[in-house]
Design a protein around this ligand. Sequence first.
Ligand SMILES: Cc1cc2nc3c(=O)[nH]c(=O)nc-3n(C[C@H](O)[C@H](O)[C@H](O)COP(=O)(O)O)c2cc1C
Length: 370
Amino acid sequence: MYYKYRNVLMHFFYVKVLKPVLFLFDPEDVHDFFLIFGNFFGKFRLTRWKIKMLFGYKNKILEQNVKGINFENPIGLAAGFDKDGVLTDIISSVGFGFAEIGSVTAKAYEGNPYPRLWRLPKSKSLGVWYGLKNKGAKVLVENLKGKIHRLPLGVSVAFTNCKENLDIDTAIADYVSGFGTVEGIARYITINISCPNTSGGQPFVIPENYEKLMTALDKIPTSKPVFVKISPDMDHNAIDKFLEITIRHRISGIVCSNLVKKYEQKDLKDPMPPHGGLSGKIVFPRAMDLLSYMYKKEPKKFIYIFCGGIFSPDDAYQAIRQGATLIQMITGMIYEGPQIISEINRGLALKLTRDGFKNINEAIGVDNSD
Ligand SMILES: Cc1cc2nc3c(=O)[nH]c(=O)nc-3n(C[C@H](O)[C@H](O)[C@H](O)COP(=O)(O)O)c2cc1C
């Protein structure tokens, strides 16, 4: 009861008071403000504790061990919100069970020209054209040194968005270098092949390039689980080919999915942003279709991490019952407020109990098995 009323109150405060103010400002400025604010509040035991009182939630039914990593709950922060690893001390207080830092690249990149982030409030979406802005893998490792990680941290690795990487072999060497730099600090590594905002497009969605990349990455010694993040714009034929290649390599998880790049004005209730990919509600049906398709084909070889337009416990429960082991989100948190994380966890725990499951892992894929 306490959590229910606390979350109703926090939701009211966020939607009626804080969000209208935040939405008066440029979205990238607000994002940067939260990085500074979160980094500062993560430094002190008192502020971490206070934030945990406002946003935390714990329930044994949500705990699972996945690929040797203990997750207190299945809801993670998706890649792109904390690109340089400055929020790692505060993320668990806000209620997340894990976080994917990055995407980070071997070399720093200042990002595409401004503006590069847009709100699409009626469509509950964001237009994103950062273009893999980040301070580089070495700075990320420096930022994380000496920190006590209170939750599992994955690192998303992409290739540096620069002219030289239009050459596939150079781009692969860039991935290998980024991977090698962060391997020691990551609990798992996600290979991001699906950023829609690089100057060369998504060259590693092309099967021959993907095969070459996977072969190069297989040679890096690591005991850490390696995942790959796919594009929601792939069709079932492309997924068939992707799975056929992925099975032959060291990938043990698939993050489904990244931003939508293929869209038209008729898909939106707001004006189309001038560039970039879209997050939020528009991703949900496409990512869900791909998750269902992949889980049906390969239920055991991989774990699936659903990402795209999660706004409620119902969304998360649907993904789990279709085959997702873990969930990631960003946009739902921006439109609904940070209490949505514990609200989703609380809702999941209630639904699992109602449906007779003793642990979340019993519910994975139940609606998608013969
Ligand atoms: C501001 C922003 C930046 C992002 N940057 C990255 C990134 O660097 N790497 C990546 O793999 N995905 C990135 N994404 C995509 C998200 O990780 C996620 O796949 C997508 O937003 C769908 O989830 P959501 O609807 O819950 O936001 C970004 C998304 C947003 C909103």
